[in-house]
Design a protein around this ligand. Structure first.
Ligand code: G3H
Ligand code: 13P
Ligand code: ZN
Length: 309
């Protein structure tokens, strides 16, 4: 079994208004929990690895774990580099056998982002690997004081069309108001759907990617807090906003924070209730199961991807 690219899965999703979950992985239990859920739901699946995850787990382990997950589940999986910051890390992942890479040139000026993205696209396409790029900045809630300043960092629709045309990139991550982590909004959640619709109108065949898309499920925030965590005021993207985004060209929805919360909440609970236990399987098992249930809920009730493999 070989890793697959995101090409076919995005084409299907784009034409049927659902999205594929892209889940960040760092170790075996996280991979197993996600893959079990995708298998239960018979859903398309992207597993993604950040530079931090690559350093933590080592690329060889991650690639082999994902290959083992495909063999065990019979599912086709895309293995993607998340937020590659330069050509070098993208090249390494292509050479390591990843089927998809992200070159995140969003911090660079427009022309530099284009040049860097083109360089990665040329290298990756030559080896049959697909490329995601990013245009616009995912600001945190504390980064800008007012709404106007924040939306100035959002993706410009005309630039998005030019960017895709000139780079030949396969998918594009856009900024419409989400941000990474557990604190996404100070007040009411707001995403710029008019902007998203305009981007989708100008580049209807380009799969769009929503980063910072965790919904920050209250049950896990509450559990973390109940068992000694300190994460008051955490707020994610409401589930219905993810569903709306999937109607306007968003084919890939990135989720990491929800995995971290589910895993940590269950480990906290287990260790608090069983203070004398020190067998890691005793607390990592329930944590893996919490991930499985949470991911199945996302695939089924939020992304609408059940049965779409
Ligand atoms: O977008 C960032 C992901 O949540 C990965 O985070 O760099 O800490 O692995 P990380
Ligand atoms: P969250 O922090 O909302 O899970 O976003 C993850 C992400 O965008 C990974 O690239
Ligand atoms: Zn991201």
């Amino acid at each position: 079994m070989a890793l697959i690219t995101t090409k076919d899965m995005f084409e299907k999703a784009l034409n049927a208004d659902y999205a594929v979950g892209a889940f960040n992985v760092n170790n075996m239990e996280i991979i197993q929990g996600i893959v079990e859920a995708a298998e239960e739901e018979q859903a398309p699946l992207i597993l993604q690895v950040s530079a931090g995850a690559r350093k933590y787990a080592k690329p060889a382990y991650l690639v082999k774990l994902v290959e083992a997950a495909m063999e065990d589940s019979g599912l086709d999986i895309a293995l993607h580099l998340d937020h590659g910051e330069d050509f070098d890390i993208c090249k390494k992942c292509v050479d390591d056998g990843f089927s998809s890479v992200m070159i995140d040139g969003s911090k660079h000026p427009f022309e530099e982002n284009i040049a860097l993205t083109k360089q990665v696209v040329e290298y990756a396409h030559d080896k049959g690997v697909v490329v995601e790029a990013e245009l616009g900045k995912l600001a945190g809630i504390e980064d800008n004081i007012n709404v106007d300043a924040r939306s100035a960092t959002f993706t410009d629709p005309a630039e998005a069309a030019e960017f895709v045309e000139r780079t030949g990139v396969d998918s594009l991550a856009i900024a419409i108001g989400t941000s990474h982590g557990a604190y996404k909004f100070k007040g009411d959640p707001y995403l710029d759907f008019e902007r998203l619709q305009e981007i989708h109108r100008l580049i209807p065949d380009t799969p769009l990617v929503l980063h910072g898309a965790s919904t920050v499920l209250p049950e896990f925030v509450d559990l973390c807090n109940q068992y000694g965590g300190e994460i008051p005021g955490a707020k994610g993207v409401p589930e219905d906003m993810i569903r709306t985004a999937a109607k306007y060209g968003v084919c890939k929805v990135n989720i990491d924070t929800d995995l971290r919360l589910a895993m940590t909440a269950e480990i906290r609970r287990y260790l608090t209730e069983h203070p004398a236990d020190f067998d890691p399987r005793k607390y990592l098992g329930p944590a893996r199961d919490a991930i499985r249930k949470m991911v199945a809920h996302k695939i089924r009730d939020v992304l609408g991807a059940s049965g779409k493999r």
